[in-house]
Design a protein around this ligand. Structure first.
Ligand code: BJW
Ligand code: ZN
Length: 246
């Protein structure tokens, strides 16, 4: 494994780092990704499971899917990539970790400052009164949780056609615009507006690095492409940081 002298120099000298992660960062923990041969969308329809219309048409189906995924997410552990990112945070005065994942694995690995662009599987909210829940457990199979006001409760995640949470998105744009070094890790970079962030960073002069198992839509724009598993490359990057910053 090797990084360029330029990246090594950046790791040594920069203060402001921004990271965007996607499903690939949790793949080595056993959380399925969305796209590609074995991805969720190869067997399931996003318009049925990840859209407001799909939810209103069949909330039981959508809740059953999220409960199933929650079980998987509870049964897995953070991997070397999550831990490496948590370690990286301590070396830089401004370090922003932006994730599209809803699985909590960054927080469980010890990352402190995480911006969740697509929500969190542990939270849900009432579509009538807006009340938030963090303890929704659907015990009966295929049942739909309701609020005390009678309203339908939905997972607090961002589906297609929905806006991203305002604070998180604004902060993510701010961090991407201000950083000197940006890493896009384990994301196919096809879902917008998250996929704008690396471009925003580059437009503002950041050195752009991608870590992925394969080339993506973003690869042609990056300064450095590190092809391989996030769980192998990120710990190596942290070793490099320790050598130049300790
Ligand atoms: C590894 C690895 C290892 C594997 N190591 N790497 C046409 C053009 C442009 C935009 C649009 C358009 N038509 C519609 C839109 C908008 C739409 C969009 O972008 N669609 C595109 C897909 C075309 N976006 C939206 O609708 C967003 N909202 C929005 O735009 O609001 C404005 C608006 C309002 C009203 C009307 C219209 C617009 C919202 C997007 C919400 C996405 N939601 C989901 C579900 C979230 C909840 C949940 O998890 O259930 O978010 S979909 C899914 O995709 C999930 C993910 O966060 C997101 C991104 O996926 P990610 O993370 O990149 O995963 P994969 O599987 O794609 O990639 C994994 C990568 O890892 C691969 O590259 C592997 O190679 C790699 N990998 N193992 C390193 N070990
Ligand atoms: Zn309610």
């Amino acid at each position: 494994m090797k990084i360029s002298p330029t990246l090594n120099e950046k790791l040594a000298t920069v203060q402001r780092v921004c990271i965007l992660t996607g499903a690939g960062v949790s793949a080595e923990s056993g959380v399925p990704t969305f796209r590609g041969e074995d991805g969720l969308w190869s067997k399931l329809k996003p318009e049925e499971l990840a859209s407001f219309e799909g939810f209103m048409k069949n909330p039981r189906n959508v809740w059953a899917w999220y409960n199933h995924r929650k079980e998987i997410m509870h049964s897995v552990e953070p991997n070397a990539a999550h831990y490496a990112l948590a370690t990286m945070e301590s070396f830089y005065s401004e370090f922003t970790l932006v994730t599209q994942n809803i699985d909590n694995l960054h927080q469980r690995a010890g990352s402190k400052h995480v911006l969740e662009l697509h929500g969190n599987i542990e939270r849900s909210y009432c579509m009538e009164c807006g009340k938030y829940f963090t303890d929704i457990t659907v015990t009966e199979e295929a049942s739909v949780p309701r609020c005390s006001c009678g309203g339908l409760v939905r997972p607090d995640v961002v589906w297609f056609g929905e806006n991203l949470p305002e604070y998180e998105y604004k902060e993510a744009i701010r961090a991407a615009s201000n950083c000197e070094l940006f890493f896009s890790v384990g994301t196919s970079a096809v879902v917008y507006p998250a996929a704008w962030l690396p471009h925003v960073a580059k437009q503002h002069g950041a050195y752009l690095v991608e870590i992925n198992m394969e080339r993506t839509e973003l690869s042609q724009y990056v300064d450095e492409l590190l092809l391989g598993k996030a769980g192998e490359i990120l710990p190596y990057v942290v070793e490099c940081i320790k050598k130049v910053r300790s």
